[in-house]
Write a protein that binds this ligand. Structure first.
Ligand code: GUN
Length: 284
């Protein structure tokens, strides 16, 4: 029987801490501000954006909701980003991905001022993370690390296996665990003998986007299992990359889906926005 890591409760606790911090900043005349940009009408993106704006309201962050039509040109989006870069009351800029095909994602990411890049996707922020000197961490890996810390799990010297190598989750996740002094292995679709590798993990972090991919025989007894996946199973029910029913009896700690990593991602975006506002204030 595993201890269930309650991402909803931990996320709520951090949001309360952030709300107190924002209230104190407002007393000193600084209100953290986030601009969210959504191009087109992707239904999943609309849900994400709505949840992000709701979190801003809950914490007291000033927010702007920029909606652009699906046929928006890259130049028009870059113009908006340049304007948001210039505006002092906006401390964080988040362009919801994916973008329509006519817009190059990389050009957009690189146009955001690094000090306002609360996703931490800009090359300068990625480089700083690799060096271990960073202003922001990307939201999902930061959320995973916070779940691990607040569950009292020690990382130092542990074998950590990350399954998935995306720029948004797998790669930065591996780097954060390395900074925490874990021994890190990154696996992906071409990894040979994957179950043998995942069975070595004291801490197994899974972000490959395949429903119930990690089965009971792939997990060591007592392992910490963190599930970043968000999929629909054969019945249309939300499920993670881990087969929860099969893995939970073996694991020492496990995150559920929903209610595990998911709620943390937006909370860490809020935290990055507050950090951006604090750093902007210090520069003046
Ligand atoms: N789309 C899916 N995940 C993310 C994210 O973390 N940031 C942004 N900007 N878009 C996303």
């Amino acid at each position: 029987m595993a201890a269930i890591i309650d991402g909803k409760a931990i996320s709520e606790q951090i949001r309360q801490e952030l709300a107190a911090e924002v209230a104190a900043m407002k007393q000193k005349g600084v209100t953290p501000g986030l601009a969210v940009v959504l191009v087109g009408e992707d239904p999943a993106s609309q849900v994400y954006v709505r949840n992000k704006l709701r979190a801003c309201q809950q914490i007291g962050i000033y927010w702007e909701d920029h909606r652009l039509p699906a046929e928006t040109t890259e130049e028009a989006l870059l113009d908006l980003i340049r304007e948001l870069n210039r505006r002092e009351e906006i401390h964080g800029i988040l362009v919801q991905l994916p973008l329509p095909g006519q817009i190059r994602e990389q050009a957009v990411i690189e146009a955001i001022a690094p000090e306002k890049d609360v996703d931490a996707f800009h090359a300068q922020n990625v480089g700083q993370i690799v060096q271990g000197q960073y202003r922001f961490l990307p939201c999902t890996p930061a959320g995973v690390l916070e779940l691990i810390r607040r569950s009292g799990i020690s990382v130092e010297g542990k074998d950590c296996v990350v399954v998935g190598r995306s720029n948004i989750v797998g790669k930065p996740m591996a780097m954060l665990m390395l900074h925490e002094n874990a021994t890190v292995t990154i696996c992906h679709s071409r990894t040979r003998e994957l179950p043998a590798v995942t069975r070595r993990a004291d801490i197994l972090i899974v972000a490959i986007g395949r429903a119930k991919f990690i089965t009971g025989d792939m997990v060591k007894e007592g392992a910490v299992v963190i599930d970043v996946g968000m999929n629909r199973d054969e019945n249309g029910k939300l499920c993670g990359d881990v087969d929860f029913a099969a893995v939970e009896p073996k694991a020492g700690h496990i995150t559920p889906v929903p209610g595990g990593v998911g709620p943390m991602t937006i909370t860490m975006l809020m935290k990055n926005t507050v950090t951006a506002a604090r750093l902007a204030g210090r520069k003046k």
